[in-house]
Write a protein that binds this ligand. Sequence first.
Ligand code: GLN
Length: 342
Amino acid sequence: MLPDTRETNTPPKDSKQNTNHHPSIRDFRNKDVRSREKNTLLPDTCTVSRLVLWAGKTLQAHGIDSPRLDAEVILSYLLGCKRIDLYGNPDMPVENALTIRYQKAIRRRAQRVPLQYIVNHAEFMSLDFYVDERVLIPRPETELAVEAVIKRAHTLAGEDEIIIVDIGTGSGNISVALVKKLEKARIFAVDISPDALAVARINARRHGALTRITFLCGDTFQPLEGQGIESKVNVIVSNPPYISRGEFPTLQKEVRDYEPYGALVSGQDGLQIFKRIVLQANTWLKPGGFIIFEVGEKQAGEVARLLQDTGCFRKPEFIKDYQHIYRIVIAQREGNRGQNRH
Ligand code: GLN
């Protein structure tokens, strides 16, 4: 139970009426903050229900899509409880320091900082991932790529070890999920951003996957040189940046202003990284190995063509996402006569 701070949490009805002598939360904050928040009223008594009500209204006023839900998620994160527990304890008083942290967090959300960065959490393949501004927030569509890898890996049951390369690992979501789902997976996770790799390591440690993932910093396949896996890779998987420069300004503010630019945008046409990966894939893939890409809307045909133009792959397959967009492209490297054609 948190200490009852109602005695000291009696802010004025509005800032101009701050003439009484009861200490209020505002009294402890600097003038800048006070003037910036002239219009943001804290609830009279900082109980769970009043805070959520205030935060919900604040977020709604800023045009946030699910204001009440976000208000609850953020408060339960700060209180270290489940969201459902808020309903059971509406009158629980919230201590000053926490109220101030809550107010700050709500202010960030009002400025469109993605909820996942505020609570440092995203769920992917039913696993909890740590996320912050250093990495792209894992998306549900990407689970389709992971499932496609798992399905193809099962056709390689005879192998002692399944070598998988994850290009642009970001938070490490794909690699960690694959370690959890595939006993024999040995993963090489590459990212050009050392910051992203730091986050990926946090997630690998969290899920006990550190020993089965080799994290490498560099551009596409370059850091794989010297790892002894040339022509031995069973699956290359990648959800690379695929937004075109022209499309970038049209993205939702949450994405555009807060997610890492380098994880989103790839050149003038959004296809730059695909082109580079496709050209080198053959060197690394074992004959009969697979390449599995997540692609942007309307890119599937172009990416399939890039693969076919190399003359090294069988006819690509596609998987549609929940919005019926062709989201995943899968191609098998030629050369393994014993395998079914895909
Ligand atoms: N692999 C991560 C993901 O799928 C990061 C992708 C990226 O940074 N483009 O979410």
